[in-house]
Each structure stands twice: as structure tokens, then as C-alpha cells.
Design a protein around this ligand. Structure first.
Ligand code: ADP
Ligand code: MG
Length: 395
């Protein structure tokens, strides 16, 4: 989790919100020293606009020598070349202007990435030390469009990354009409479609460069800008990408199109958990029931299914009990409806980051912390799944 040093409480609050809420605040230099001493594996310190420049430079110089893997990101009201030069010479990794959320998150993500490369076995995930553990793979699916798949997938990914505590790869498998880039305000300069350019040479290093950093711990593999480029992505390529990405992150969160296509099948068979979304209306419930029947047919294990009722409080005459009776599966999480969700999407800042205390954010964070993060990963099933669809993996 990021440490934020900012003496002014209001600025501290503002920057904490920009960082997504998951920060250890330090109001004085002594707090900063204590927090760093308590957290020898910490990888990032953000110095707020209220830290005087000489003090900020002194902090950067001190830790550059004593803890080279610790990144320092500095926020300034005014950024000019002289300041930038001084800061970089002192060992600050990045300087970002105040209130520029995208610049701040990208700078933090780049810095954490550098720290991770300096310390190959991530010290913040102790259970991983010495183990080549595979990521827990979570696919978010609904056979009907507009249920909130992309909304939930992006917010879950932010919640799971928990301010850099975990490494999360968010993969947009809605190849033709992917919305992850737009929801996170990322430019799709590179993404999954570029993986095909490497042919058999695609390896972890090449794939790493195709991910776009979003915030500490969270990197996104974006869908191409349009359907034409999407056609370059074969089923085999998705299999290879998911295999490699599994070794690079603690969690993979996969967003999907509203249909069982060959790419979705690869994701489903490689997943440890299937987050199945629905809304409290008859067409969505009918589609979820058909989805569940299809999952049975595909022999995807029951215990990997987690049904999430989105817009759970919509007053439409169906109770949770009615819904559970129709779908014959218990509901694992309830995400309320709020106009703040489309407002956050239009702002380009997912609600979990923009407004961590909002009831929608709280529902998503509780679900991530309770049912996704800590459940033991059961093995993904993969026998003959694609064969049932008669495609056999050729393309
Ligand atoms: N809990 C919610 N409350 C209000 N609006 C929501 C909620 N979840 C999703 N939406 C809205 O529904 C629309 C579709 O969501 P999206 O995530 O794009 O769905 P999908 O990816 O399943 O097609 C978006 O405009 C989004 O703002
Ligand atoms: Mg979508």
C-alpha cells in the first residue's frame, strides 16, 4: 500500500482519493520515517504538494541510497524544467502536477513496476516468496449486454489491487467492442491485438510491454480500437496470453463480450472463479439461467460460480428470493443502482477509485475482499471444453 506524506489534512484527503483511498497517511516527517521502518517492503512514497521542496529532495536523496527499490513520486502545484531537473537529480522517480489523476496514477504504476523489477520476487506478497504461483483468474461474464460487466470488472480490478498491495492484470476480451480503455481513460496505443505481431516469439517480457499501467499494482491489456484488428486475435493467442499473464500477476480479471465465443471459452476454462452478472429483470435472469445451463453442459464446476446481482435495489417487483428461485443459485453479492456509476464512467474514473466510501464501491470492495481475494483457488477445469462447441481450437 502506498505511503502518502502530506502535512495539510485537506490536501492529504484529496490526494488519497486520487490514489484510490488505499494509502498509509503520514502527516509529519517522523510518521513517514516510522511507516517506512515498519514496512521494509514498501515500494512507493507519494510526497504531496504541501511538502516543502527542500524537504522532498532530502527525502528522495536519503532513500535513494538507503532503499533504492523505494520509488518517490512528487506532486507539485507548478512543474517546470528547473524543478524537474532538481527532483530527478535528487532521486525522485516522477514529478506530477497537482490534481492530475491520470498523470499521478500512471507515474505511481511506472514507479511500482521499476521497484518490482529491482526486487524480482515481490516482497509485498509473502505467500509468493520462492513460489512460482499462478495468478488467480477471475472471469466476469453475462450473456446479455449492459448488465454492468465492464463496470464491475474494472472496479473489481481496482479493489483487488488495493493501492498496489496486489498485482492485478485486467484483460479486455471484448475484442471488438471493448470498453475497458474508455472506462479507465487509457489510450489504446497497444494491447492484446499487438501480441500477434510477436508470433512464436511472444514471451513474458514482450507481453509485459503490451500492458498499460493504470494505478499501483494494476495493469490493463486493452482491446484493439476496432473490430478489424480484433480479427487478428486467434483462440491460440488468447490461450498463450492468459498462460503468460498468469505468471506475471497475483490476479487476472477478465472482461468479456456478451456471448460464448471462442475467446470467452478459453477464459472460462482457465478461470478459478466465474463472476456471473445479472440485473433484476426477466430478460437478464432468463439469460443467466441459460448461461448456468451452458456452464453445466461445459462441466464448469458449480463451486466456481459467483452470481452478482447488479442494480440490486431497482424497484421492479422482484425480490432476491424470487430471483434465487428463478436462477436456482444463491446470490453472492448485491451491487446497488446509482446514477453516480454512469457519472463516474463519464468522468473516466471508476467509482471504487473516485468515491471509495460510496455504497456501490463498498459492495464491490467487500465482494473482492471476502469472496475473491481470500477463497482458496480451486483448479480450473479444462477438459474438452472447446470441443463441445465444435471449434476444436482451429482458427
Ligand atoms: N450499479 C449500477 N448503477 C447504475 N448504473 C450502472 C450500474 N452498473 C452499470 N451501470 C450502467 O450500465 C451501463 C452498462 O454497463 P457496462 O458495464 O458497460 O455493461 P456491459 O459491460 O455488461 O455491457 C453503463 O452505462 C453503466 O454506467
Ligand atoms: Mg462491456
Amino acid at each position: 500500500m502506498t505511503i502518502l506524506y502530506e502535512p495539510q489534512p485537506r490536501d492529504a484527503q484529496r490526494v488519497a482519493v486520487l490514489l484510490g483511498g488505499d494509502v498509509h497517511p503520514a502527516a509529519a516527517r517522523e510518521d513517514l520515517s516510522r511507516l517506512l521502518a515498519e514496512r521494509p517492503a514498501e515500494q512507493l512514497v507519494v510526497l504531496g504538494p504541501g511538502v516543502e521542496l527542500p524537504e522532498a529532495l532530502a527525502i528522495a536523496s536519503e532513500y535513494r541510497l538507503s532503499r533504492p527499490a523505494l520509488g518517490v513520486v512528487l506532486i507539485r502545484v507548478m512543474v517546470d524544467m528547473v524543478l524537474l531537473g532538481e527532483a530527478l537529480r535528487a532521486g525522485v522517480r516522477e514529478v506530477v502536477p497537482v490534481d492530475d489523476r491520470v498523470a499521478l496514477l500512471t507515474a505511481c504504476a511506472r514507479s511500482v513496476e521499476i521497484s518490482r523489477q529491482m526486487a524480482p520476487v515481490s516482497p509485498v506478497v509473502p505467500e509468493q516468496a520462492g513460489l512460482q504461483q499462478e495468478a488467480k483468474v477471475i472471469t466476469v461474464f453475462a450473456a446479455k449486454g449492459g448488465c454492468g460487466k465492464t463496470t464491475i470488472a474494472t472496479n473489481l480490478a481496482i479493489a483487488l489491487a488495493a493501492g498496489g498491495t496486489r498485482r492485478v492484470g485486467l484483460i479486455d476480451l471484448d475484442l471488438a467492442f471493448g470498453d475497458v480503455a474508455i472506462m479507465l481513460q487509457l489510450a489504446p496505443q497497444r494491447g492484446i491485438a499487438n501480441a500477434s505481431e510477436f508470433g512464436a516469439g511472444l514471451d513474458e517480457q514482450a507481453l509485459r510491454a503490451l500492458f498499460t499501467p493504470y494505478s499501483p499494482g494494476l495493469h490493463a491489456l486493452l482491446a484493439p480500437p476496432g473490430p478489424t484488428e480484433a480479427e487478428q486475435v486467434s483462440q491460440q493467442l488468447v490461450t498463450k496470453v492468459l498462460g503468460l499473464a498468469g505468471g506475471m500477476f497475483d490476479y487476472l480479471v477478465i472482461d468479456t463480450p456478451p456471448q460464448f465465443n471462442e475467446h470467452v471459452l478459453v477464459a472460462l476454462e482457465r478461470s478459478h472463479l466465474h463472476v456471473l452478472l445479472t440485473t433484476p429483470d426477466i430478460p437478464a435472469l432468463k439469460n443467466l439461467r441459460i448461461t448456468l445451463d451452458t456452464f453445466d453442459l461445459l462441466r464448469l464446476p458449480n463451486e466456481q460460480r459467483l452470481v452478482v446481482l447488479n442494480r440490486s435495489d431497482a424497484k421492479v417487483g422482484l425480490t432476491a428470493a424470487d430471483i434465487e428461485r428463478v436462477i436456482r443459485v444463491p446470490i453472492s453479492a448485491y451491487v446497488p443502482s446509482s446514477r453516480d456509476v454512469p457519472v463516474s464512467i463519464n468522468k473516466g474514473i471508476p467509482i471504487v477509485a473516485d468515491s471509495p466510501a460510496h455504497p456501490v464501491s463498498k459492495a464491490i470492495r467487500d465482494f473482492a475482499a471476502g469472496q475473491l481475494a481470500d477463497t482458496a483457488a480451486s483448479k480450473p477445469t479444462s477438459q474438452g471444453l472447446r470441443g463441445l462447441f465444435g471449434r476444436g481450437g482451429k482458427r
